[in-house]
Ligand binder design. Structure first.
Ligand code: PEP
Ligand code: MN
Length: 669
C-alpha cells in the first residue's frame, strides 16, 4: 500500500509539472502573438508546426512514447495556442471582465462550450445560466451580459430552429463559433449493473441521441426532463440507485454522480455548433480564416434564390451552410440563412454583399467571425520523388478499340465528362489527390484487442485509414462470417481512439444505412461488384464507397459498376484493383497492374490497389505493393494481423506488423 501511495504522489507531482509547463507555454504563445502582430506575420506557420510535430514525435519515440499520443496531445496544445492568438487579435482582452450568458444551469453543454471558447480568459469570465434561448438574447441586448452563447445545430439532431428564428429578430452580431463534441454519459448514484437501471432522465434531445443505447436496457424507461444537468440534480436528490441521468461527465462530477457508461450516443461523431453573440460586430484580422453569416429573403418570383446564389458563386464565395425558415405570417415565403467562408473586411466579400443587396428583398449580415474548423497539422511524410507519376497521355490513335467513346456506356465516371481528378476527403484524409494514401487493417475484426492493436500499429506506421471486415463474404457458409454489428462497434471504437477513419464492407442493401452510421468508407467487395441493388443503395448513402474490381470483370464492367453508384447520386467512388482470376494458380489472383494507368486515363475517380487479395501469400504482398506504387495509383489497401497464424480469415496473406512497417518505410522514405 505504501508503495502505491508513493507512486501516486510521484504521479501527482509529474501532473503538476505538466500543468506548469502548459501554463508557461500559453504565456509564451501570448508573447509570440505580440511579436507576430508587430511584424504582421500570419498566425499559422504550417511549416513550423509540421517540423515541431515531427521533432516531437522523433524525440518522443526515443523515450518510448507513441507517435499517436504525441500527435493527439500536441494537436490540442497547438489548437489552444492558435485559439488564444486569435482571441488576442480579436481584442477580447477588453473589457476586463467578460460576462457570458448561456441557456441552462452549471454543467450544461452550452456552458462547457463557453468555457472552451473563452479558455484563455477563464479567470476573467463569469458564466450565467438563464432559462431560455430568448433570455440569452435579452441578457446581451439589455447589457446584462457581454456575450451570449446559443447552440445552432447538431450533427445528429440537425438545426435548432428556435435559435435560427431568434437570430432574425435579435439586435445582435455573431462574433464567434465553437464546435464541440457532445459525449453523453450515463450517470448514477452508485456503480450498479446497467440492467438494474429502471428510469433514465435527460433533455429530450439527449435521450433521442442515445436512443439505441437506452432501448437495449431491459425494463428501463426514458423520461424527458427540462435539461440534462437538471436531470443530474434530480437523480442525486432522489438518491435511488435504479435512477440514472444522461449528461456530460462534467455535470456528473459537479453534482456528485458516478459515470456508469461513457460515449453512449448512437452516432459516434456527435457535434454541436454554438454561436457567440455580442451587441457589436467584431472586426476580424484578415490573417484569421473567417466565416460570415447572413440572413436574406428573395422576392417571391421564380429563380430569385438561384440569382442570389449565382451571384455569390460568381464572386467565388464558398457556402458552408444554407438553411431556410418560413417567414412568420407570410405563408410559403422563406428566410435563408447562409454561412460562407470569408470576411466582410475583404474587398471581394464587400463587393459581393453590395451586389447581393440588390438581388434580395432583405439582407442582414450577422457578422464575420473566426472559423472554428482549424486544420490539424500532420507531420510531413514525403512521397518518393516520382512515386506517383502522372501517366503519360497517349496519342489518340493508339487507344484500343474498347476505349473508343461509342462503345463506352458509362458517362459520369468518364474523364471526358470531368477532366479533373476527383478528390475524396475522408475526415481530413484526401484520396485521389497528390498524396499516396495507405489503408491497412485485418481482413476481419475478431476482437476488441485485435483491432486496437492493428489500429495502433497502422497509426504508428503512418497509415491513414483503418480497414476491418465485420460482414465477411466467405466462399463457404461454414467459415467465420464476421462479428457483424458488434465488430463494427469495436472497429469504430479503435478508429476513434487512434483517430483513423474506418473502412468496412457491406454485404446487403439493408445494412447500408446502419453500417454507414459508423463507417467512414463503405467497401463493396469483389464478389458484389455487379450486385446492382447494393450498388444503387450505397449510391443513395452519403459515405464514400471503395468499389473492388470483380474477379472476372473488364475495365468497362468495372466503370459501369461505379456508374451505378454515381448515377444514384453518390459521387464519392474509389476504385480498387484487387487481382483477377486467370489460369495462373501460383498466386491467389493475378494482380492486373496494367489496369492502373488505363483507369487513370479513362476515369477521374481515385484508384487504389489491394496487393493482399491478389497475392494470397504474405511474402508476395510487399513486392506487389511496391510494384503497384510505381504505376501511379492513389494508394494501397493491405491486410495486417497481430498474429497471422491465428487469423480467422485470410491469415496466409496478412502481413506481420514488422513487414507492414518495412513496406511503409519503403513507400514513404
Ligand atoms: C476483403 O477486403 O477482405 C475482401 C473480401 O476483399 P475482396 O472483395 O477483394 O475479395
Ligand atoms: Mn480479406
Amino acid at each position: 500500500m505504501d508503495d502505491l501511495e508513493k507512486i501516486r504522489s510521484e504521479i501527482n507531482s509529474v501532473d503538476e509539472r505538466i500543468l506548469e509547463a502548459l501554463a508557461d507555454r500559453r504565456k509564451l504563445a501570448g508573447q509570440i502573438i505580440e511579436a507576430k502582430d508587430h511584424l504582421g506575420a500570419p498566425i499559422r506557420d504550417s511549416l513550423r508546426e509540421e517540423q515541431l510535430l515531427a521533432n516531437l514525435i522523433a524525440r518522443g519515440r526515443s523515450q518510448g512514447l507513441d507517435a499517436h499520443l504525441i500527435t493527439r496531445v500536441f494537436h490540442e496544445i497547438i489548437d489552444d495556442s492558435i485559439r488564444s492568438q486569435q482571441l488576442h487579435l480579436l481584442d477580447y482582452g477588453k473589457p476586463d471582465l467578460k460576462r457570458v450568458a448561456f441557456q441552462g444551469i452549471e454543467g450544461a453543454y452550452s456552458e462547457l462550450a463557453g468555457r472552451k471558447y473563452f479558455a484563455p480568459y477563464l479567470d476573467k469570465t463569469v458564466f450565467t445560466g438563464v432559462g431560455t434561448f430568448e433570455q440569452v438574447v435579452d441578457a446581451v441586448e439589455d447589457g446584462d451580459a457581454d456575450y451570449g452563447l446559443l447552440p445552432v445545430e447538431n450533427t445528429s439532431a440537425g438545426s435548432i430552429n428556435e435559435v435560427y428564428d431568434l437570430l432574425s429578430c435579435a439586435q445582435l452580431s455573431i462574433v464567434g463559433e465553437e464546435v464541440m463534441r457532445i459525449e453523453h454519459c450515463l450517470l448514477g448514484m452508485e456503480d450498479v449493473a446497467l440492467s438494474s437501471i429502471r428510469q433514465i432522465y435527460s433533455h429530450p434531445r439527449a435521450l433521442a441521441e442515445c436512443m439505441k443505447f437506452v432501448s437495449k436496457l431491459p425494463n428501463c424507461q426514458a423520461i424527458p426532463y427540462a435539461e440534462a444537468a437538471m436531470a443530474v440534480i434530480k437523480v442525486r436528490d432522489e438518491k435511488d440507485p435504479v435512477l440514472a441521468a444522461i449528461a456530460s461527465e462534467e455535470a456528473g462530477r459537479l453534482y456528485g454522480l458516478k459515470v456508469l457508461r461513457r460515449n453512449i450516443e448512437d452516432q459516434p461523431n456527435n457535434y454541436t455548433r454554438f454561436l457567440v453573440l455580442a451587441k457589436k460586430p467584431v472586426s476580424v484580422d484578415q490573417r484569421i480564416p473567417c466565416k460570415t453569416s447572413l440572413i436574406m429573403a428573395t422576392s417571391h418570383e421564380e429563380g430569385s434564390l438561384l440569382k442570389a446564389l449565382t451571384l455569390l458563386h460568381r464572386y467565388k464565395i464558398n457556402l458552408s451552410k444554407l438553411e431556410s425558415r418560413p417567414i412568420p405570417g407570410m405563408p410559403f415565403q422563406y428566410l435563408f440563412y447562409i454561412d460562407f467562408e470569408g470576411n466582410t473586411a475583404e474587398d471581394r466579400i464587400a463587393q459581393a454583399l453590395e451586389k447581393l443587396r440588390s438581388a434580395t428583398t432583405s439582407l442582414k449580415v450577422l457578422g464575420s467571425y473566426p472559423a472554428q474548423h482549424r486544420a490539424k497539422t500532420s507531420p510531413k511524410i514525403e512521397v518518393l520523388a516520382g512515386g506517383s507519376p502522372e501517366p503519360e497521355p497517349e496519342p489518340e490513335a493508339t487507344k484500343p478499340a474498347a476505349e473508343k467513346k461509342e462503345k463506352v456506356a458509362y458517362k459520369l465516371a468518364s474523364r471526358d465528362r470531368k477532366p479533373d481528378d476527383t478528390i475524396i476527403t475522408v475526415r481530413g484524409v484526401r484520396i485521389g489527390g497528390p498524396d499516396f494514401v495507405v489503408i491497412a487493417g485485418p481482413c476481419a475484426v475478431e476482437s476488441r484487442e485485435q483491432i486496437r492493436k492493428c489500429a495502433r500499429y497502422v497509426k504508428e506506421c503512418g497509415g491513414q485509414l483503418l480497414r476491418g471486415g465485420c460482414f465477411k463474404p466467405r466462399t463457404s457458409p461454414y467459415s467465420f462470417q464476421g462479428l457483424g454489428f458488434d465488430g463494427l462497434e469495436m472497429l469504430a471504437e479503435a478508429g476513434r481512439e487512434y483517430d483513423l477513419p474506418i473502412v468496412t464492407e457491406v454485404l446487403s442493401p439493408s445494412d447500408v444505412e446502419p453500417v454507414s452510421r459508423f463507417a467512414d468508407v463503405l467497401q463493396i467487395g469483389a464478389r458484389n461488384m455487379q450486385n446492382f441493388s447494393l450498388l444503387s443503395e450505397v449510391g443513395r448513402s452519403n459515405r464514400p464507397v471503395l468499389l473492388k474490381r470483380g474477379m472476372m470483370s473488364t475495365m468497362e464492367e468495372f466503370l459501369n459498376a461505379a456508374e451505378y453508384i454515381l448515377d444514384s447520386g453518390n459521387h464519392q467512388v474509389i476504385l480498387c484493383e484487387r487481382g483477377i482470376r486467370t489460369f495462373e494458380t501460383a498466386t491467389r489472383n493475378t494482380l492486373d497492374l496494367g489496369s492502373i494507368p488505363i483507369l487513370r486515363r479513362l476515369t477521374h475517380l481515385p484508384i487504389m490497389v489491394d496487393p493482399s487479395h491478389a497475392a494470397g501469400k504474405r511474402d508476395l504482398v510487399v513486392p506487389l505493393a511496391l510494384a503497384a506504387h510505381a504505376v501511379g495509383p492513389h494508394g494501397l489497401i493491405v491486410e495486417i494481423h497481430p498474429d497471422p497464424e491465428k487469423a480467422l480469415s485470410d491469415g496466409p496473406q496478412a502481413l506481420y506488423f514488422h513487414q507492414f512497417a518495412d513496406l511503409m518505410r519503403r513507400i514513404y522514405q
